[in-house]
Design a protein around this ligand. Structure first.
Ligand code: SAH
Length: 277
């Protein structure tokens, strides 16, 4: 069988957010090359006989260069193996996919791309925010907090609170971010939500405004910043409770709920016991 490379999105964290196709490919691949941000729960779905390599970078120092990753993809697939290149979220959003697509194409190796749930959409779901709420926003912009060339982001010159911004890799210099947003013309009262560790049991949300952003707590990475009128309705805190993991599948047995609201299960139990409305 000819080798093939699959560029696969692992989603933001919760293995239940994998596509069925991604799940099937993880079960059948010969080799999986993954990034640091790919969550352990997803990696545990890979059979023990599969060759699994972390080719991610840690704290800015690259353990494996992009060129080496390209060469590995080509080498494994050229020897007839089915290679999954697993990236967090969606592979085509801030995932350096372009370089890998090019390298695989130049080597005349078949490539298939399997999309995943990007962190912005995971964060919107966690914060229960409609990114394009029809009365509050008519556009969404995905931005990187810093570009390859500079440590700073390329924010558009004119921003509108009716365009929802989702800033990936926002860094921790919130004072600077807030200055740049104000300089772009956004009012200080524009709502923001910092969403940390989306779809993991440690998921946290902090809602604030651009003018108060510099006072916000530095929540654990990875984080995303949602800016715009729609962020004003972000639920303030939405930690997912600890979940038990099924040792057979590695999937979490979902016992979901929000810190802000009584969980429906508890509510129903109370109600059945006569403590309800
Ligand atoms: N391809 C990925 C993005 C990789 S860039 C995707 O589509 O989601 C890495 C950045 O994504 C992080 O710095 C952070 O801003 C964001 N990110 C990825 N996973 C996240 C998560 N679980 N929670 C919050 N932000 C996340």
């Amino acid at each position: 069988m000819a080798g093939k490379v699959f560029l696969v999105g692992a989603g933001p964290g919760d293995p239940e957010l994998l596509t069925v196709k991604a799940y099937r490919l993880l079960e059948s691949a010969d080799v999986v090359l993954h990034d640091d941000l790919v969550p352990g729960g997803v990696l545990r779905l890979i059979p023990p006989t599969t060759l699994v390599r972390n080719v991610g970078k840690r704290c800015g120092t690259k353990s494996v260069s992009q060129q080496e990753i390209n060469a590995l993809l080509v080498a494994y697939a050229s020897s007839g193996l089915q290679v999954v290149r697993l990236k967090s979220g969606d592979p085509l959003i801030f995932g350096r996919a372009g370089e890998e697509i090019e390298a695989v194409g130049q080597a005349n190796i078949e490539l298939e791309i399997v999309p995943g749930v990007t962190a912005a959409l995971g964060a919107a779901a966690a914060a229960q925010v409609s990114l394009t709420h029809r009365e509050k926003a008519s556009a969404v912009l995905f931005l990187s907090g810093h570009t390859k060339a500079s440590r700073k982001s390329d924010l558009p010159a004119h921003l509108s609170a009716r365009t929802t911004l989702v800033i990936y890799m926002p860094g921790s210099d919130y004072a600077e971010t807030s200055e740049r947003l104000l300089a772009g013309g956004l009012p200080g009262q524009t709502a923001c939500a910092i969403v940390s560790q989306v779809s993991s049991p440690n998921q946290r949300i902090h809602r604030t405004t651009i003018e108060r952003l510099r006072l916000a707590p530095r929540l654990p990475a990875p984080t995303l910043l949602i800016v715009g009128e729609v962020a004003g309705s972000a639920v303030r805190s939405a930690a997912l409770p600890e979940r038990l993991e099924d040792p057979q599948t590695g999937f979490h047995q979902a016992e979901r709920g929000l810190e802000v609201a009584e969980s429906p299960e508890r509510f129903l139990v109370q109600w059945a016991a006569g403590g309800g409305p």
